[in-house]
Design a protein around this ligand. Sequence first.
Ligand code: HEM
Length: 245
Amino acid sequence: MAASTGASTAAQAGKTERPVRIWDLPTRLFHWTLVVCVTGSVVSAKLGGNAMVWHFRFGYAIFALLAFRLAWGLVGGHWSRFASFFVTPARLLAYLRGGGGDGAGADVGVGHNPLGALSVFAMLALLAVQVGSGLFADDEIANSGPLVALVSGATSSSLTSWHKSWGQWLILGLIGLHITAVLVYLWRMRQNLIRPMITGDKILSEPVRASADGWRQRLLALLLIGLGAGLVAAVVQLGSTGFGG
Ligand code: HEM
């Protein structure tokens, strides 16, 4: 993020600014689809009743998206790979001191900065736990997760309780923090992180490696999301109880 600072500074230093592809299309689609699905899952859970069918559907979609993102973190565009924003204590400390990372050079703030990366990993992990607990949840009235028959009543009850309390609140808290951080960057630090998450490009003055974002990557992403959907179907089938209890 540090690399996308004010145009005037770069101009004064005689550096040329140019757009560099940071977020490839699959990562952007992943992000905004995740936003729609998480919002949809929260709203449908609050509505309850018949809307719970949609809660299940959004949950399955989030499951497929997370499986995709896990794979994309290994084979996706450079800045979407986990290796490019892996957080080490040294990197985090250097960032907090206003350094620039431990050997990662000026690149350290181009993708997710170490603080942002921590929140990204926490969001992805908590969402995975939320999906996992939902698969075994049972409200003992009308809705039960597809895998509820595979565990004991006590286990299902603990997972249901996590799903409806801690899991839900921790995710909502992190999302609140995430959106607040993005707005603080926008309004206080005059850095628009939202535009790159829409267009894919950041305007940079330093020479920085671009993320590959051609048709080959996009076809690979399509294949991976298809495999993710297949995985979800196979997991749901394991319990073969269907949704709705
Ligand atoms: C349900 C709500 C949301 C969830 C679950 C969520 C989740 C995430 C995740 C997982 C990432 C990491 C992307 C990746 O590397 O794959 C991310 C990044 C990002 N999100 Fe969100 N997001 C949400 C809402 C929003 C909203 C409403 C905005 C805009 C106002 C936003 C703006 C961004 C931006 C700008 C980044 C990139 C941050 C950076 O440059 O490090 N997000 N979000």
